[in-house]
Design a protein around this ligand. Structure first.
Ligand code: CTP
Length: 397
């Protein structure tokens, strides 16, 4: 995702400084070379040894007294592909806005042409203070990418907006800034997770889908500049920049998908939609002493087939085929029956493939091209291959 990218990770003095270690680890896992800088304030919360050990090179803290590079800030700034400041205090944000170069980090920020991602973390009152609000607005106007803090329990024990965004979102933001942006100007809606159909007030018919593949596709599309909506039954963290609409049943998913599909260019049905649902779910809880219930099922609407039939000119419709036998022939039948541009076929009986796993192996089948096999890979890598094909289809339209 970030292979070969040189990313300066600036850490400032907030209680969330310890989370910079996780940000650094994730950036390195994504292939980046992490150059860490800590301010004096950051060192009150996190030892330089910890970050030095886990980043790609030792932490730098000093503008002066650097034996190897007399002017480190210009070198660091010029060589960077990206600067991420996480956490960013109100003070750093103000200094950056004003152009105050008081230490190595602020100097580096002023001496770079690389894009900058600022991830504020502070107390809710500070985040809402007019001076911080104005400073953030000015930085945004200048093209600085802001990863907003999230709501939650703050250092003082109270609850509000001010927690550092989670490290995964920060890495997503970095990928988005440095990504190919070949989905810019495109809107995509992805469904994810398994639907749950009520039997009674407490029981449901469900399936083993985790939603991970749909979320990975949404995250990948967003990192490449698309405007993304997820219609989801899963309770996974929302990928950075993705709007999530929560649903539970096939009927709810149909309503949201139809509503959303009307103004989206690309539709990806990654959800495992129940094919049957109880005709009349009991309002209360079925009691054991009444004996085994007779549950009569009825078919659910095929959301994807209906979206395929109602397809607009230029719209791209993508489905999944979860199979245990005759993978390619079954997938091809679904491709034509549901009028799809692409179907992602997976053999859900294979090990580490499909439902619930972090990995997947799929075959991408299109009406007018040779099938493309993607061997066992992370769901994010599979998502990348899927979006690559979608971009190819879109460019042909
Ligand atoms: N799908 C849907 N609505 C349904 C059932 C399935 O939109 N009621 C979508 C799924 O999201 C998937 C595709 O159709 O993208 C194929 O789903 P799959 O379960 O593989 O196949 P089915 O069409 O349900 O057929 P079968 O269960 O017989 O394999």
């Amino acid at each position: 995702m970030l292979e070969g990218k040189r990313i300066v990770l600036g850490v400032t003095g907030g209680i969330a400084a310890y989370k910079a270690v996780e940000v650094s680890r994730r950036l390195i896992d994504a292939g980046a070379h992490v150059v860490p800088i800590m301010t004096a304030g950051a060192q009150k919360f996190l030892g330089t040894a910890t970050l030095s050990a886990l980043a790609s090179e030792p932490v730098q803290t000093e503008l002066w007294n650097n034996a190897t590079t007399p002017i480190p800030h210009t070198k660091i700034g010029q060589n960077a592909d990206l600067i991420v400041v996480a956490p960013a205090t109100a003070r750093l944000i103000a200094a950056y806005r004003m152009g105050l170069s008081t230490d190595l980090l602020t100097n580096t920020l002023l001496a770079t042409r690389a894009p900058v991602v600022v991830c504020p973390a502070m107390h809710a009152e500070m985040w809402e203070h007019p001076s911080v609000v104005e400073n953030i607005a000015v930085l945004r106007e200048r093209g600085v990418h802001i990863v907003e803090p999230t709501e939650g329990r703050l250092a003082g024990g109270d609850i509000g907006k001010g927690r550092l965004a989670d490290p995964a979102s920060i890495v997503e933001a970095a990928a988005r800034v440095l990504g190919p942006n070949d989905m810019e100007g495109t809107s995509i809606v992805v469904s994810a997770g398994g639907t749950r159909e009520p039997i009674d007030a407490v029981r449901v018919i469900a399936n083993r889908s985790s939603g991970k593949q749909g979320y990975a596709i949404a995250a990948e599309a967003a990192s490449r500049g698309a405007s993304v909506t997820l219609v989801s039954t899963a309770s996974l963290p929302a990928p950075y920049g993705v709007k999530v609409l929560q649903v539970e049943t096939a009927a709810e998913m149909k309503v949201q998908m139809e509503r959303t599909a009307a103004d989206h260019d690309i539709i990806v049905m990654a959800a495992a939609v129940a094919d049957f649902r109880p005709v009349k779910p009991a309002g209360g809880k079925l009691k054991k002493h009444a004996g085994p219930p007779e549950i009569t099922l009825e078919p659910t609407p095929d959301i994807l087939a209906e979206l395929g039939s109602a397809k607009r000119e230029g719209q791209i419709i993508v489905g999944f085929a979860a199979e245990t036998d005759d993978l390619l022939s079954n997938a091809s039948k679904k491709l034509s029956a549901k009028k799809l541009d692409l179907i992602i076929a997976n053999d859900v009986s294979a090990s580490r493939v499909g439902f619930g796993h972090d990995t997947n192996a799929v075959t991408l089948v299109r009406p007018d091209a040779e099938p493309v096999e993607i061997d066992l890979a992370s769901k994010r890598d599979v998502a990348r291959a899927v979006i690559d094909v979608i971009v190819t289809i879109r460019n042909r339209h």
